[in-house]
Ligand binder design. Structure first.
Ligand code: SAM
Ligand code: SF4
Ligand code: SF4
Length: 375
């Protein structure tokens, strides 16, 4: 477990937010009700995707009649950048572009350029990254790097072509994802991370082949527990393979030792191969919730702010952007929203407290979809 540490000046900055709600923007550091800072912003740039991963956008729901957001409701790049700049005033240092499939958004490089010009509260460039299914990455890696993107995370759920084609459900081959990863490495978008969502009985036999393939390549492979996010994937607890089992399986072939978290609030627990062939990570959102460290806010494609991946309601910022609100007003509102945050869905689910909502095996309420809110 990692803990956030604050310097005296950090605390001083946080205290500049008076209790009467009249915020002096920018605060530099905002703490929510559980003393978690706001350091990480995930921005969904589209709710569309060219894959139909069964755990995220099952074909039966996301079919040809599915109504995606109309173009006019999407935030423009200028609106996104304006918000992102205001967020940096409250301590955001890291921005991840996501979706849907972010590389489907036209001219995304222009947004990357605008975001790359922003600075954090200490005047440093932001940590600017993107999560992608890599279907368009080989084509776009160089232009994304030139625009100022620093790193990419690629999703890949197995090396066996038949397994992967079944999971993406659009018959997309593994070879093109691997080509995207290579292009990203060659363009300097590293260290590349590869996310594998593990579903017991569907792709867990791919854990070892994936580990063997990426060891020693500089790619950081991360195994994600299949989550009960959204309301359409038919999630069942018996399809979750606990990360502890992933580690056990890999360690039998390649001894591992735990590593310290590199940054506070990091979602992955890191492990190093004892023989020096690099590291892997596990993201145990179901079996070992990490809400106590969650410093992430999520901005949907149409400008709603969500404080938790499992939220069903967002705060609509678009009317402010399209009305005549000044930066300071938006900044105050963001401060207010974050300071009121008490979300810790995964921890409550694990504890099965009365207000935890359903336990892992109960039916899910209508929550927003991952493809809309951004992973
Ligand atoms: N389309 C891009 C991609 O797949 O990389 C970005 C968006 S996707 C929603 C972001 C991440 O969420 C991916 O790594 C994906 O595997 C993960 N994800 C989606 N649904 C999930 C689920 N039910 N449980 C765990 N991870 C999930
Ligand atoms: Fe698309 Fe990513 Fe969801 Fe798969 S996980 S359907 S690639 S948004
Ligand atoms: Fe953060 Fe919500 Fe996930 Fe907990 S459940 S780690 S609060 S996004």
């Amino acid at each position: 477990m990692t803990h956030q540490t604050f310097s005296i000046s950090d605390i001083g900055r946080a205290l500049r937010v008076p209790a009467d709600g009249l915020v002096v923007p920018p605060t530099g550091l905002l703490l929510d009700r559980l003393a978690r800072p706001l350091t990480d912003l995930r921005i969904s740039v589209t709710d569309r995707c060219n894959f139909r991963c069964s755990y995220c956008m099952p074909k039966e729901v996301f079919d040809k009649d599915y109504r995606y957001l109309p173009h006019g409701s999407l935030l423009s790049f200028e609106e996104i950048t304006r918000l992102a700049r205001i967020f940096t005033g409250h301590g955001v240092r890291k921005i991840r572009l996501t979706g849907g499939e972010p590389l489907l958004r036209k001219n995304l490089e222009r947004l990357v350029e605008q975001l790359a010009a922003l600075r954090d509260i200490d005047g440093r460039p932001l940590d600017l990254t993107l999560t992608t299914n890599a279907s368009l990455l080989a084509r776009k890696a160089v232009s994304l790097k030139s625009a100022g993107l620093q790193r990419v995370t690629v999703s890949l759920d197995g090396l066996d072509d038949a397994v992967f084609r079944r999971m993406n459900d659009v018959d997309f081959p593994v070879s093109e994802v691997l080509a995207g990863i290579e292009a990203a490495q060659a363009a300097g978008l590293g260290p590349v991370k590869v996310n594998m969502v593990v579903k017991r009985g569907t792709n867990d036999q791919e854990i070892l082949p994936m580990a063997r393939h990426f060891r020693g390549t500089g790619v950081v492979l991360r195994f994600i527990e299949y989550m009960d996010v959204g309301a359409t994937n038919g999630w069942r607890m018996d399809e979750v393979l606990p990360s502890s089992e992933v580690i056990e399986r890999i360690a039998r072939e390649f001894p591992l030792r735990p590593l310290e978290a590199s940054t506070p609030g990091e979602t992955a627990q890191r492990w190093a191969y004892e023989d020096g062939a690099g590291e892997i990570g596990v993201i145990s959102s179901v079996t070992q919730a990490f809400c106590h460290d969650c410093s992430r806010a999520r901005l949907s494609t149409e400008g709603k702010l969500y404080l938790c991946l499992f939220a069903s309601m967002g705060h609509d910022l678009r009317p402010l952007l399209r009305g005549d609100a000044e930066d300071a007003q938006i900044s105050s509102l963001l401060a207010d929203i974050w300071q009121g945050r008490g979300d810790r869905y995964s921890e409550l689910r694990a504890l099965r407290l009365p207000d935890a909502g359903p336990g892992p095996d109960a039916p899910a309420p209508r929550r927003v979809e991952m493809s809309y809110i951004g992973g």
